[in-house]
Write a protein that binds this ligand. Structure first.
Ligand SMILES: Nc1ncnc2c1ncn2[C@@H]1O[C@H](COP(=O)(O)OP(=O)(O)OP(=O)(O)O)[C@@H](O)[C@H]1O
Length: 327
């Protein structure tokens, strides 16, 4: 696994009671296919993971990496082929565990004919200590739609209703599987504000998303899966720091051919800037050495900017295999 914090370090940091989810040596096979865990070299290897209470963890990975399989196991919808999953100290299949868990699945469908308010009232009745329907309507900004049939909501409103249905039981643990698909900018803002409210109330949240800038912004921790294995685990900053390299931008009169010849340049993009100047963007593994070489040219520079890898760049780098720019 690349870098970052090992499972043992995570376990050390939190007391056992501080863990919302404990995954030990878990594999999941469908026939011959290892969706999760599976052999590494000659020995079988299961997934190990501990998620602490109160944290927002983003479970990331390319299509088919095993994210939904892992969530299915954490929700008790599937049983592992080997290993064990504990959720809030219990088996995720037990009813007393399930009442403490909320989930917004990818493919949520709502019963036709019921209004938004009726649906939330119905869901609230399933839990021992639900939130008030009015609180949830406010949380997902659907007060104005309370009397509207749920099947007539727009895509983004329906997704926000799904969020409302996932939190109405006031769960301690919340799973959000690609929650912002089909949401416009406004819906996303409402949604993330609602998630923020759940976070400040100490809820544990597990999120899957392909929008990596969202994960970077909201996650306390990122777990990166690839081919059924955890390949990186840490804060977004730690994941990004595991990828060497940076982008250097500046405006100068240096020609593309001169920039290309500088040491440690991987890629150069040049665009024209008013007054005969050039705006240069350079990708490099060694920003300090490159900058020293740029300064050594004696060229006049302005608007100098150095930015390190985004989570998206780190993701692409880590899931592309060992050949690229990993540290
Ligand atoms: N019920 C099933 N039967 C057979 N194979 C399955 C089943 N569920 C998942 N798989 C396979 O297991 C692998 C992991 O799938 P999974 O849905 O967990 O990936 P994912 O990371 O959630 O992908 P995506 O980002 O596309 O949602 C895939 O190869 C998938 O085809």
């Amino acid at each position: 696994m690349t870098a970052i914090l090992s499972s043992a370090e995570h376990a050390e940091r939190g007391q056992p009671s501080g863990e919302a989810i404990v995954v030990r040596g878990v594999s999941k096979r469908y026939g011959q296919l290892h969706a999760l865990g599976g052999p590494i070299g000659s020995s079988p290897e299961g997934v190990n993971l501990e998620l602490r209470r109160g944290e927002l963890t983003a479970l990331l990975g390319p299509n088919g990496a095993g994210k939904s399989t892992l969530i299915g196991l954490m929700l008790g919808l599937e049983s592992p082929s080997s290993g064990s999953v504990r959720v809030m100290g219990g088996d995720p299949r037990w009813p007393q565990t399930r009442t403490r868990v909320g989930a917004l699945p990818q493919d949520l469908s709502v019963p036709a004919g019921m209004t938004v308010g009726e649906l939330l009232t119905l869901y609230a009745a399933l839990y021992p200590r639900p939130l008030a329907v009015s609180t949830v309507l406010e949380l997902c900004d659907l007060k104005a739609q309370a009397r509207q049939r749920a099947s007539t909501l727009s895509g983004g409103q329906a997704r926000r209703l799904g969020f409302g249905m996932s939190v109405i039981g006031d769960p301690d643990l919340l799973f959000l599987d690609e929650p912002t698909v089909a949401m416009d900018v406004q819906s996303r803002q409402v949604f993330w504000a609602g998630v923020g409210t759940m976070q400040t109330r100490g809820k544990t949240i597990v999120l899957t998303t392909h929008y990596l800038e969202e994960a970077e912004r909201v996650a306390d921790r990122v777990v990166l899966l690839s081919a059924g294995q955890v390949i990186a685990d840490g804060t977004p900053q730690q994941i990004k720091a595991g990828v060497r390299g940076a982008t250097v931008r500046f405006v100068s009169r240096l020609e593309a051919s001169v920039l290309q010849a500088l040491p440690d340049v991987l890629e150069v993009t040049v665009s024209t800037h008013p007054g005969g100047w050039q705006r240069a963007t350079l990708r490099t593994r060694e920003p300090e050495r490159l900058l020293a070489a740029v300064f050594a040219t004696g060229a006049e520079l302005s608007e100098l900017e150095v930015s390190h890898a985004t989570l998206e760049e780190a993701f692409l780098n880590l899931t592309a295999g060992p050949k690229e720019m990993t540290a």
